[in-house]
Design a protein around this ligand. Structure first.
Ligand code: ADP
Length: 253
């Protein structure tokens, strides 16, 4: 079987800011959100974002097993991020690895501040994030879908958590990096916000940025996240329906 080798594109971004997939710096890949698609889960959501396909399911609040893990005054929140073996160009070894353990934690920390955990003492809320197809930005896609699945399960929340990554390719700050930009771009910065207060619940940076570039990236991230939030609200109003927007235009939010 030939080895799958990825090739760096000759040009990651043109002088006019046109990216490898034809987007401009402020444009998001096409997104669809569908809520409530699993009848066996208490809450569920499916997100398609660029080439990402991610299914999230929420179970709970329910009894904790093993019992000694139960917290007397609040709910235990457990998150599992998992990539299917067929979700990557080359078959991924099934089961947990370092990256999935880390991303499970990152997603849990991003979502947890939204949940009124004190409303559910002694119980557990399990959040499953199953990546069926991956195409860069799975953690932020997972946060958006997990938040929808929690709301769909009727869990008491302060607000939704919305998320988007931004990045830098040469001198351009870009939103929603694609696979090429994630691999060969200069910086990548996934972000999430609890929308009720716009408090940041996830902010990671990978790669160098000047103070000015960081400020610009943060502002672009905020704008993209507000856009995602509008989509989430629409998806929740019309469960079982698809909300689709192709691109985020500068100045829309
Ligand atoms: P994120 O998906 O949140 O951007 P990473 O930056 O770790 O997280 O991964 C970027 C992309 O690299 C993923 O979305 C996926 O497409 C790809 N990727 C991650 N892990 C693997 C893997 N084990 N095998 C192949 N591709 C992977």
């Amino acid at each position: 079987m030939p080895l799958y080798v990825e090739k760096k594109p000759d040009v990651l971004i043109t002088e006019d800011g046109v990216r490898t997939d034809g987007r401009l710096p402020h444009e998001i890949r096409p997104i669809r959100m569908t809520v409530g698609i699993l009848d066996k889960a208490d809450g569920s959501a499916f997100i398609e974002w660029g080439g990402n396909r991610i299914l999230t399911a929420v179970f709970g609040p329910r009894e904790v097993h093993p019992k000694h893990l139960a917290l007397p005054d609040k709910a235990l929140i457990r998150t599992r991020y998992n990539m299917a073996p067929f979700s990557t160009p080359e078959r991924k070894r099934p089961g947990p690895d370092r990256r999935s353990v880390e991303l499970s934690k990152v997603i849990r920390e991003a979502i947890k501040p939204a949940i009124f955990v004190e409303n559910y003492p002694g119980s557990v809320i399990d959040i499953f994030v199953e990546v069926l197809r991956s195409d860069a930005g799975t953690r932020v896609a997972g946060v958006n879908a997990a938040s929808l699945a929690l709301a769909n399960a009727g869990i008491a929340m302060r607000g939704l958590v919305a998320a988007c990554a931004v990045g830098r390719v040469e001198n351009f700050i870009i939103c929603d990096p694609n696979h090429d930009e994630d691999m060969w771009g200069d910086a990548d910065m996934p972000m999430a916000m609890l929308m009720e207060s716009e408090k940041i619940t996830l902010l990671q940076t990978d790669g160098p940025m000047t103070d000015e570039q960081f400020k610009e990236a943060l502002e672009m991230g905020r704008r993209c996240i507000r856009f995602l939030y509008e989509m989430q609200k629409e998806a929740l109003k019309r469960p079982y329906l698809i909300v689709e927007r192709s691109v985020f235009e500068q100045g829309e939010v």
